[in-house]
Design a binder for this molecule. Sequence first.
Ligand code: PXP
Length: 246
Amino acid sequence: MNKLRLGINVDHVATVRNARGGEHPDPVRAALAAARAGADGITAHLREDRRHIRDDDIYRLKQECALPLNLEMAATDEMLAIALKVKPHASCIVPERRAELTTEGGLDVVKGLTTLKPYIATLSAAGIRVSLFIDPEPAQIEAAKQAGAPVVELHTGAYCHASGDAQAQELRRIIRAAEAAGALGIECHAGHGLSFANVIPVASIPSIVELNIGHFLMGEALFIGLPAAIREMRMRMDSARQGGNA
Ligand code: PXP
């Protein structure tokens, strides 16, 4: 089966840094440690309110870390200008609401099609691979295709926060959405809320080629260290890919 890439989201290293101001802990140092531990990419979300990642983090991640950088951003002119300057490997367009604690749901591409289209076209023309962070809904995938996005990232939050039958149902939604994306020739990623306990069923879906994981790994790093947490996640993902269930 094809390899599953692991993108490490370093936002919450910056959350801890910003709790006291200053420079420690440094998200770029975390990105370098993630690279050594076997990550395939680094993800960082530059929010409008700069609550965690700051502009200079993005420039430094691009300059100092050799892994492909995935810039998560809202579809705004400010973020577009930054993306065109930084030229990350990829941009993942996410919805952003000021009061939310995290990205609570996917983009409504169906409603936002005409707004999103020019952002996707401009980023793509600059050689930046665009993904749209969406809920695992067939209508959103079809709209992503119409919008010209080569990649979607499926929001796994509902699956991660559910349990029992409800979780099994959420997993089926993700499987169907991943298959629908594959059928339309759209590359499929997934992320949000993934942990050691819930990653394996998602990692077993063959048409998903990349997972982006942050909060759980940063929390686990407090107890076992970031490299060990990343290696354990990698091991579970690889084992799922090979049909095992570590
Ligand atoms: N992918 C996207 C698009 C996200 O917005 C986030 C959260 O910032 C993640 C993945 C990672 O989610 P988590 O931090 O819950 O692992």
